[in-house]
Write a protein that binds this ligand. Structure first.
Ligand code: NDP
Length: 466
């Protein structure tokens, strides 16, 4: 299904180019620690070449095309991605460790849909911003994380190109392969050289892209710590910036909720993609009168979760993305015990090789506990109880983050009441982790600013004047 090369170069100006420093790093399969390939490590000089290529393509080709013409390229890319969907799904799972049923049914179809969606907008930008003057920005520098590699690429590249910008994208170092496959798709689609450039590397590569003086826009998804560094680096420049950072999202079950549906929703909210989800429902608040019943059902449900080989279609929880991330999660699990919370993990045999973590529930968690305040980014749920709506609102909003939230109740009025007072960019009601290209996504507070998706996602790539 997947033909891997021994070595991948940088994709600059429509061609594969060796990094100037001739440095490469290994990418491995986190499910068995096997070596997959070697990837070029771009330095400042390579970043400069990529930005120059993007600038040249912007000035001479892409900004001169009509929206309808740009849209044709985007439709072509979307169709090619659909044709190669199986290959892309296997590649994503091999490189990142996520279950194949998720990459096959969610990541890849959603990534294709993003290209289809923004292809449709390319010739209707003026309608989207009627009465306002709009202009493309120029060269966009984009930095993506390892949890949804191709999907985050689509969230960033599709609106940028639709709006007439050219891009230089740096994928996360543990998951570069689908971005490199995407570069091949751009070649196959006949995209003019330099419109999309993919430069692989570590954080230093991303940092060089952020400070490059000829980049007009930075779009970043990743940790709050790196987001803050990027914001500081952009202060005093006229670079437009969007940051999509971490989260510690509250999932709230009221006593009138459909319990079985809510339990399934909680499982999806925290264990989807091993919990490597910025909007994961990692804090569960259950109304006290039903708490014992809900926790019992959650524990029972955990016993039938299958943790193992991500390429097995039955797998619910695949491999943790990297050894480093597994160590972080394990550190938090030990911390939860030390903080006095009660732990529950199902009896389950983990594979002997690879990076795996059991799904974990913590009950009796204090609001001040670090496992209730800090982003763990793994399959670990901190459960607390509450008595009144005011109490749960206070607890849910008592977080430095504000990315997403979930509300489970039978009453529409309660949904509207709670969702209007929760300080979160997205609030799901009686469901969780549902995404659509037409729907904007982004955070409050330390979860970042700016929106991706929908019409809002267009404005992140345009200069708009009244
Ligand atoms: P990072 O924020 O370090 O990585 C995200 C991206 O930024 C990667 O492409 C990374 O490159 C790049 N990067 C790293 N340092 C810099 C820099 N100084 N300037 C520009 N780009 C940089 O996340 P981590 O991989 O370290 O994950 C740590 C934690 O971040 C997780 O445990 C989780 O809590 C959170 N996280 C949140 C995500 C979200 O969706 N909100 C996504 C990923 C992580 P490279 O990886 O190649 O070094």
């Amino acid at each position: 299904m997947v033909q891997l090369k021994d070595q991948y170069e940088l994709f600059i100006n429509g061609q594969w180019q060796a990094p100037q420093a001739k440095k490469y790093f290994a990418t491995i399969n986190p499910s068995d620690e096997s070596h997959l390939s070697n990837i070029a490590w771009a330095t400042e000089a390579d970043v400069d070449l990529a930005v120059k290529a993007a600038r040249n393509a912007y000035e001479n080709v892409w900004s001169k095309l009509s929206g309808a013409e740009r849209g044709k390229y985007l439709f072509r890319i979307a169709r090619l991605m659909q044709e190669k969907a199986r290959e892309l799904a296997v590649l994503e799972t091999l490189d990142g460790g996520k279950p194949i049923k998720e990459s096959r049914d969610i990541d890849i179809p959603l990534a294709c849909n993003h290209f289809f969606y923004y292809a449709g907008w390319a010739d209707k930008l003026q309608e989207a911003f009627a009465g306002q003057q709009i202009e493309s920005l120029g060269v966009a520098g984009q930095i993506t994380p390892w949890n949804f590699p191709l999907l985050m690429l689509a969230w960033k590249i599709a609106p940028a190109l639709a709006c007439g910008n050219t891009v230089v994208l740096k994928p996360a170092e543990t998951t570069s392969l689908t971005a490199l496959k995407f570069a091949e798709i751009c070649q196959e689609a006949g995209l003019p050289a330099g419109v999309v450039n993919i430069i692989t590397g570590y954080g230093d590569t991303g940092a060089a892209l952020v400070v490059h003086p000829d980049v007009n826009k930075i779009a970043f998804t990743g940790s709050t710590a790196v987001g803050k560094q990027i914001q500081k680096a952009c202060i005093g420049t006229d670079k437009k910036l969007t940051l999509e950072l971490g989260g510690k999202s509250a999932n709230i079950i009221l006593e009138d909720a459909a319990i079985d549906q809510a339990v399934e929703g909680v499982i999806n909210a925290i264990f989807y993609n091993q919990g490597h989800v910025c909007c994961a429902g990692s804090r569960l608040y259950v109304q006290e009168s039903i708490a014992a019943h809900v926790i019992e059902k959650l524990k029972f449900r955990l016993q039938s979760i299958y943790v193992g080989n991500p390429l097995d279609k039955n797998t619910d929880i695949g491999a943790i993305n990297s050894k480093k991330q597994l160590e972080t999660i394990e550190k938090y699990i030990s911390l939860g015990r030390e903080e006095g919370a009660e732990i529950y993990q199902p009896a389950c045999q983990l594979p002997s090789k690879g990076y795996y973590c059991l799904p974990t529930l913590f009950t009796d968690v204090a609001q001040s506990a670090r496992i209730a305040q800090e982003e763990i980014f793994g399959p670990v749920l901190a459960i607390q109880t509450f008595r009144t709506i005011d109490e749960v609102l206070q607890k849910a909003n008592n977080s430095p983050y504000g990315l997403a939230a979930g509300v489970w109740t039978d009453k529409g009025a309660r949904i509207f009441g709670l969702s209007s007072q929760l300080r979160a960019g997205v609030v799901w009601a009686n469901t969780y982790n549902k995404f659509d290209p037409a729907s904007p996504f982004g955070g409050y507070k330390e979860s970042g600013f700016g929106r991706e998706g929908g019409v809002h996602g267009l404005s992140a790539y345009l200069k708009i004047t009244n």
